[in-house]
Design a protein around this ligand. Structure first.
Ligand code: PRT
Ligand code: MG
Length: 220
């Protein structure tokens, strides 16, 4: 494929990542001229004729960037760990879309005793990589059950003893009578850049990366 060394494609997901990336783009003097919440378009123009934004699922951002279909993108640390980061250069923590990865159980479930007794714990999660590493490091034997959403339901309905999920305000856990019993890691979103684009399109990318870096340092 012939590389257009001027044209840049930025992969974002709808919702919090798009919303929280907008101020960073503004800091680089760039406005996205369409709103993904009201438009059904998946390719959005910006005020910079050399930059377009594509809208993809949050967990697909690293894949688009890895294969060079997008030159760069914004993805949560959770998504990047699960993807593995192959083919991605990760230069900047943008300090946006903050949350934490936690273990939660039904209120009243004796997690400490369950873990101490060494019985296999059933853990439902979308984040199997993170969960596997967390429990392996503790020497806790787990059966991981992969889910794609609504993890909070699993302990309530007897699918699992615990969940590994993202927590922000804690409202979702509280509403479902679950409690956080372990904090695994803090999560924020990072800029990811295709490794070939970083070399071939450095001239076009550099000013945007620099503006992102400065704007996100102010948010840290
Ligand atoms: O929604 P979809 O299935 O399309 O994909 P996604 O959930 O991966 O995307 P999105 O846009 O919801 O999340 C994108 C990124 O935002 C994630 O990869 C995280 O890095 C980050 N982020 C920050 C969060 C949250 N905060 C968050 N609170 N992602 C998800 N949540 C969910 C969480 O899973 C739980 O269900 O919100 C619920 C808990 O929120 P509280 O405020 O009730 O605690
Ligand atoms: Mg979501």
């Amino acid at each position: 494929m012939m590389q257009d060394l001027q044209q840049l494609t930025l992969a974002l997901s709808k919702g919090r990542i798009f919303d929280e990336t907008l101020p960073l783009l503004e800091a680089a003097g760039i406005t996205v001229t369409e709103n993904p919440e009201t438009s059904r378009k998946l390719i959005l123009a910006t005020t910079n004729p050399h930059l377009r934004v594509i809208i993809v699922r949050a967990s697909d951002v690293p894949t688009y960037v890895q294969y060079g279909a997008a030159d760069f993108g914004v993805a949560g640390k959770d998504v990047l760990i699960e993807h593995g980061g192959e083919g991605l250069y990760q230069p900047i923590d943008l300090h946006i879309a903050h949350c934490r990865m936690s273990v939660a159980v039904r209120a009243g479930f004796d997690y400490v005793t369950a873990v101490r007794q060494g019985a296999r714990l059933r853990v439902a999660t979308k984040y199997v990589q993170i969960a596997r590493e967390h429990f392996a490091a503790k020497g806790v034997h787990v059966d991981l059950i992969k889910l794609y959403g609504s993890m909070e339901l699993a302990p309530l309905i007897g699918l699992s003893d615990a969940i590994v999920d993202l927590v922000s305000t804690g409202n979702t856990l509280r509403a479902n009578n679950l409690v956080e019993v372990e904090h695994i890691m803090d999560i924020s979103s990072r800029l990811v850049v295709n490794q070939a684009a970083l070399k071939l399109k450095r001239e076009a990318l550099q000013p945007i990366l620099q503006a992102f870096e400065q704007a996100s340092a102010r948010m840290a």
